[in-house]
Design a protein around this ligand. Sequence first.
Ligand code: SAH
Length: 387
Amino acid sequence: MSTAVLRLKRGHDRARVHPWIFKGDVADVSDRVEPGGIVSVVDPGGRFVGRGLFNPRPGLCCRLLTWTDEAIDAGFWRRRLGAAYAGRAARSGAARLVWSEADALAGLVVDRYGPVAVLQTVTLGMARRRVELAAALRETIGDVAVFCADDPTAAALEGFEPAAGWLDAPGPTSVIVEEGAARFLVRVGGGHKTGLYLDQADNRQRVAMLAAGRAVLDVFAYTAGFACHALLAGATSAICVESSKDALAGAVDNLALNGVAARAEVRDANAFDELRRLDRAGARFGLVVLDPPPFARGRGALEGALRGYKEINLRAIRLLEPGGALATFSCSHHVSDDAFEAMVRDAASDAGTRLRVLAPLTQSADHPVLLTVPETRYLKGLLLERM
Ligand code: SAH
């Protein structure tokens, strides 16, 4: 077992409940530790706090993996992956199997698409252990093809080469997965995220329950996930608005795959412009979905982001027929629940429309949230009904 030790400064004991240790929290680190290596974290009195992976390069220099005095070895990865997998047993087709801190595997994200597992390493320590992690994963879930899809921004911060490709034996380049009543074509290594926005899987099915007999507008549609579910649930028509060429092609494929293309229209347009155009044209919908990309990537961009969110929400609210429903989202971690709700309230007030909250919405259950790690929760939404 590694004997490298990281000692915390007095009064810097957030690490007892939160896995992140910043350089400013550290009194000293023994010189034996290598970048990406394992350290035992101790409090100023030398008492064991936890054990994690260390990287001297970024400000966030250590992420704890355990608060128990146990070895981080092959058996450890198997136990952790087994626990994460057990929590997702009910999800067969596509699912997030590992959600980093929320599964006590800080720095690792694993998404499964049938016979393919997409591995995303966020820290140097995890990146160095790709082969070991994949072996433990295969022991846990069976023989899957492993595709590596690291986030280049995180890799640059941590100082490792982002992997993009099959770890060893190549797998299928595209996979068809089931999500409730719908089927989606996933191009492995193509598209956004690891293939699908898995965090919206539960919401796509929840929102579709309101779709029967209604005209649907799916804005920021990506590969038409919400529209496919809504049309399968009996929506009379759906317009998908999206600006990325690859996503548009994926939307066309998915609508055909689900046998609903005849009731759907895919529009290559900027969502801001298209919402304005539809509003001017006096269009009305029974169900509108607004699922924009994160407008606020940092705290500083918050004000501008809220203006952007408000503009699209105002337009969307104006497009609702009486009794119509709006599912509106923000996936910006920096936009709080309160700020999000206040923004939608402002938009409703400007539109002169009263809205009833049918349900608050959040990320799918396979993206669990740790109360003590607020960073694990980022997706917020409201399902609203026009009075
Ligand atoms: N609702 C989708 C996920 C949407 S992610 C699903 O359930 O799968 C946000 C999408 O918005 C991305 O596909 C991105 O390409 C698209 N997008 C970003 N900016 C846009 C804009 N200004 N106009 C239209 N689409 C945009």
